[in-house]
Design a protein around this ligand. Structure first.
Ligand SMILES: Cc1cc2nc3c(=O)[nH]c(=O)nc-3n(C[C@H](O)[C@H](O)[C@H](O)COP(=O)(O)OP(=O)(O)OC[C@H]3O[C@@H](n4cnc5c(N)ncnc54)[C@H](O)[C@@H]3O)c2cc1C
Length: 265
């Protein structure tokens, strides 16, 4: 059972960071949904809810999303749909239910780099940067590869405001379950990006598959099939209670193909 001895709502990021790094056994709270499932003994719970980190803001060349923005806000945002189609709303729409999505946050989902995450895979297919209070700006693909050693606060993410054709595909055994595998594809002026997650490891890009698409004058079904094969052959997959590595490998080529066909259509 989760035990919290003390609870605070800091009024600035500086205060939150000071408490997080100086107070032993302290922990940030986003929506609290995942923390609730743990059996930790937290001395000080630091709730970020008063820090005005709940926003989706359109800037000149980017879109900024605050760490306390909920999945429901991501799902409903017309700004995000205008530039990126339904990739982000599709990535969260199947997750548990509306009440749940009303309090689950993007900060609490991206910072821990959950391998099962649907949202991370969709963001990876877009050009996304993570902004940490102490460590500053880092590309999402690099952030996911790094081993987190120091405590930090994810303050917001920044998406390149470049219109993109997109698709998100995942397979769940039943609604409310975690994805067995998820795939996101985007295409903008800079080319294609393909992300595969829930392998069950953290989401990754597939540069060899992207290169084939970016160097092909026309994208036909043959190129799509080759790309899907490169993705499933080139990535590593693991087994867990949801599926075997072999099943995930086969599924990967199917989902990449489906997502690509949607993007090129
Ligand atoms: C029953 C259940 C089913 C789920 N199903 C899915 C699913 O199918 N697909 C999917 O993608 N996800 C799923 N999730 C995960 C969910 O979508 C969220 O990713 C998860 O709940 C974390 O978000 P939160 O706001 O609740 O974070 P919290 O539980 O508050 O925090 C999680 C962790 O992040 C840290 N943290 C919080 N905010 C920050 C911040 N701003 N900076 C740094 N660290 C921070 C906390 O200290 C904690 O370690 C599921 C979760 C649950 C509980």
């Amino acid at each position: 059972m989760l035990m919290i001895s003390d609870y605070i709502r800091p009024k600035s990021l500086e205060e939150a960071y000071e408490l997080l790094t100086n107070k032993e056994n302290s922990q940030l709270i986003g929506g609290g949904a995942f923390l609730r499932l743990t059996s930790k003994d937290i001395e000080l719970a630091i709730d970020l809810c008063d820090l005005k980190l709940d926003f989706i803001t359109e800037m000149d060349t980017s879109i900024e999303i605050g760490a306390m923005t909920t999945f429901r806000e991501i799902e409903k945002s017309n700004t995000l749909k205008k530039y990126f189609g339904s990739i982000l709303s599709d990535s969260v729409k199947e997750i548990v239910g509306v009440q749940f999505k009303n309090y689950v946050t993007i900060g609490g989902s991206i910072y821990p780099k959950y391998g099962f995450s649907d949202l991370i895979t969709a963001l990876l297919a877009l050009d996304t940067k993570v902004i940490l209070y102490k460590a500053g700006e880092i590309k999402l693909e690099d952030y996911l590869k790094e081993k987190t050693t120091e405590k930090d606060i994810l303050t917001k993410i920044v998406l390149n405001k470049e219109r993109a054709l997109t698709s998100f595909k995942s397979l769940r055994k039943s609604s409310g379950d975690y994805s067995v595998l998820n795939v996101a594809v985007s295409k903008n002026r800079d080319g294609y990006r393909i992300a595969v997650g829930a392998r069950p490891g953290a989401a990754v890009l597939v540069p060899e598959a992207e290169e084939l698409l970016n160097s092909s004058a026309t994208i036909n079904e043959e190129i799509v099939n080759k790309t899907a094969n490169i993705a499933s052959e080139g990535l590593s997959f693991g087994s867990n209670y949801l599926a075997s590595a072999e099943y995930r490998k086969d599924l990967c080529s199917v989902l990449v193909k489906r997502a690509l066909m949607e993007v090129i259509a």
